[in-house]
Design a protein around this ligand. Sequence first.
Ligand SMILES: [Zn+2]
Length: 454
Amino acid sequence: MNKIKIYSTMSRKVSELTPMEEGKIKFFVCGPTVYDLSHLGHAKTYTQFDFIVKYLRWRGFEVNYLQNITDLDDKIIKRAAERGISWRQLADDYEKIYKDDMLALHNTAVSKYARATDYIENIVSQVKRMVDKGLAYQAPDGSWYFEIAKFKDYGKLSGRTELKETDGVSRIDESDFKRGWNDFCLWKSSKEGEPSWETELGKGRPGWHIEDTAITEVEFGPQYDIHGGAIDLIFPHHEAEITQIESITGKVPFVRYWMHTGFLNINSVKMSKSLGNFKTIRDVLKQYDYRVLRYFFISNHYRAAVDFSDAGLDQAKNSLARIDEFVFNKVDAAYDDNADEAVVNETKEKFCAALDNDLNTPQAFAALFDFIRAQNQKEKSGKRTFEFLNQVNTFLGFMQFDQAKSDEFIESLVKERDAARAAKDFAKSDQIRDRLLAMGVKIYDSKEGTKYRL
Ligand SMILES: [Zn+2]
């Protein structure tokens, strides 16, 4: 098998993926702020990362995939007040909706969701370490800010220190008290009636950027392998994360690889509420099957800007229909296709070589369709083809195999998974779990081993 290469926004190069600990990857992706329904941009980002994580697992890595949930911020407080409910209630409701939406898209790879407010202790500890080093200052209103002028590496990820139109500007922390315009808030003093914690920093609540480094320090340590997120988070959010953690631990680099997913446009225009082209995941799932959406997001390269249009989605639908037709009409898992061994192996090699090169899905899909075109000339395609498609569906998750749902086949996978767990081969057991989930089989761990339901 080839080595896997990925692009890092920091190095601006594609290079070999070498985790800190061999065979294990600590992978963090910025999660949602749970104050509203999740939108199409979330669907794109999290489907693409779901695919990436599942592919790495399928290639044998044990991936610990962590996502934060921002369960407290200005927007949550404001909306909860408008609705006359507590911020906790609002955040819990939308967290549940977010998770339901992810499940509807078959995004099942996350190992752990971490809520910001469960990490207050380490948030306070990190801010205190910055204060002790003279890097943070307190404004007259009691809030604490990081003083950017004191971190010489500020801007190394994005290559800039200035805002652009496309940045996530809502989190720039406007305040009259700041020493530098881009100083960012670490700890916010709470206004009357707002949620707060009594701490050594004074009564307040966390700033936005600090939650991610506090969570990852607890869960992963001061350094880890991959940090992912949508491209509009690079500046200032990810710069702020680097600033915080590298300045207090002195350990550089904070993460080995930065993976950023490209922009989402709708009919060539940026999606936004003010433009009236805002789509929630729920809206879109009424119009398109989750399989079409998965196909659409995965078939586009994760770093490319993607245009969500009826034409683009129709094309995805047609391509998926070609795969379905092939699977339903030509593939017969009981047919022994000895003669196909070479062509299946060759296709698999091309397919994996493309994905190993920074997840080049357009190239991988081209190899897949070449194969389907050639096999369609034959009367039947047999068990080797079935096994290949079934395997790649572990991370693609948009194919359907009615034959694959035979009890016997599922039982054999479940047994294989139990054996892997008993041998503490968690990379393999996770991989088989992804495969079962992709087939629509729900699984549960119990003392007696894996239980499942169709
Ligand atoms: Zn984040």
